[in-house]
Ligand binder design. Structure first.
Ligand SMILES: Cc1cc2nc3c(=O)[nH]c(=O)nc-3n(C[C@H](O)[C@H](O)[C@H](O)COP(=O)(O)OP(=O)(O)OC[C@H]3O[C@@H](n4cnc5c(N)ncnc54)[C@H](O)[C@@H]3O)c2cc1C
Length: 403
């Protein structure tokens, strides 16, 4: 029997797959590693359609993988950007309570931030809010100075260069369509032909559950795609936003509520909302994949989720179609913003794992299998946390695959 061509394959060339490949190679420089990406370019999906925010780690349950890897990953990402000359800025963020009933939730967030070890976090009243964001209005706010903005496209390019320098191979246009396990060797069928490996890491984002199933795993979650639509502020309105202005989120949902985000290039984005998408890569309402919708509709977890959240879902669809309603959400944060100040500007699709009981999986989810590691839930803040997730994957791989 011939030896496998590679020690390890990483499936998926988003920021998490790239960071995992880099960490694996850093840990074991002799490793024969191949990264397989179905698109022509790297970072074409969630990574290339996100808000460009470096999250501080305030939102996540203390002790969870998300809380730990976000806080560690943020620091690592700042250092990585500095050493690679990638545009980033620690501009800070305001989370604004605009209604009385949000105040207890704001306090709970503040406590979470403290528990997660955030530095410099402050509770602000209206005068201090105006000092940080002169056009924002709120009853109270939490300010996290360690939140920032970053050029994730630059991070993707730098990671790809480093992987190549470390001897790894990146194959784009390399969609994986089947995986056959056999003893010490796994055969991965790709668009460019079969590849034999000892082990593999599945970082396929919106398709990670399907890739896991190809390999014979039976994950207890399914990826449900949630589109997040954006507006952009016209240049004349950018003066209304200095940094990042967010609402107090509903703690039972993993989405942060539509917010205002300054980008590294100077643009200011508004959004994203969260609507169920009719395709895993459904970047517009017209993008419909019948087989994928049927796959979602046949999943009992989706019906249980819908039974619980149908009012929220209906409102999200209404706001998706109504610019006036979208702007009303933003005006709660910045009352001077007018409908003519914004125009529609693209969308991203989040890969959200949903359990069979209809829960939105509330942490990163890493499922080890014999000869494989599957990342089955890596939603926000996985871009911020990517370097720490990569290290975590490399540590798990060293144990699981004796690499
Ligand atoms: C609208 C939106 C806003 C967000 N904002 C932020 C933010 O501001 N800050 C933050 O930290 N996080 C944010 N996130 C989350 C963050 O972008 C993601 O968590 C992160 O990019 C996930 O990276 P990934 O590599 O797991 O997935 P992806 O970037 O989706 O990469 C997965 C890759 O796998 C490839 N693939 C899939 N199937 C196959 C196959 N069969 N064969 C080969 N390749 C395959 C895909 O083509 C894709 O390139 C946001 C996400 C969205 C959608």
């Amino acid at each position: 029997m011939t030896a496998p061509a590679f020690d390890i394959a990483v499936i998926g060339g988003g920021i998490v797959g790239l960071a995992s490949a880099r960490a694996l190679l850093q840990r074991r420089p002799q490793l024969r590693l191949v990264l397989l990406e179905k698109e022509r370019t790297l970072g074409a999906h969630q990574t290339g359609h996100n808000s460009g925010v470096l999250h501080s780690g305030i939102y996540y349950r203390p002790g969870s993988l998300r809380a730990r890897l976000c806080v560690e990953g943020r620091d690592e990402m700042v250092a990585f950007c500095k050493s690679n000359g990638i545009r980033h800025e620690e501009c800070g963020k305001l989370i604004l309570a605009t209604r009385e009933e949000e105040l207890p939730r704001l306090d709970a967030l503040y406590e979470r931030g403290v528990a997660n070890g955030l530095t410099g976090i402050r509770r602000l009243g209206p005068p201090e809010i105006a000092d940080v964001e002169p056009h924002a209005r709120g009853l109270a706010a939490v300010h996290t100075p360690t939140t920032g903005i970053v050029d994730y496209g630059g991070v993707v390019r730098a990671l790809a260069r480093e992987i190549a320098d470390l001897g790894g191979e990146i194959r784009t246009n390399g969609r994986v369509w089947d995986i056959r396990r056999g003893g010490a060797t796994t055969t991965i069928e790709t668009e460019q032909g079969p590849i034999t490996v000892r082990a593999f890491v599945n970082c396929a984002g919106l398709y990670s559950d399907l890739v896991a199933r190809m390999a014979g795993a039976e994950p207890d979650v399914q990826i449900i795609p949630f589109r997040g639509e954006y507006y952009l502020l016209r240049p004349s309105a950018r003066r209304l936003v200095r940094g990042l202005i967010y609402p107090v989120p509903d703690p039972s949902l993993p989405f942060l509520g539509v917010h205002l985000t300054r980008m590294v290039g100077g643009d200011v984005e508004a959004g994203p909302n969260a609507v169920f998408a009719f395709a895993r890569e459904g970047y517009s309402v017209w993008n419909v994949q019948a087989a994928e919708i049927i796959g979602s509709l046949r999943y009992r977890g989706l019906w249980r989720l819908a039974a619980r959240w149908w009012r929220t879902a209906a409102y999200e669809y209404y706001r998706s179609f109504s610019k006036a309603e979208f702007v009303r959400s933003l005006q709660r944060l910045v009352p001077d913003l007018r409908p003519e100040d914004v125009f529609r500007h693209g969308a991203g699709v989040r890969a959200q794992a949903v359990t069979r009981t209809g829960e939105l999986f509330d942490d990163f989810y890493v499922l080890p299998q014999d000869g494989a590691i599957h990342l089955l839930n890596a939603p926000s803040p996985a871009a911020t946390a990517s370097l720490a997730i990569g290290r975590h994957v490399a540590e798990l791989s060293a144990d699981a695959f004796s690499l």
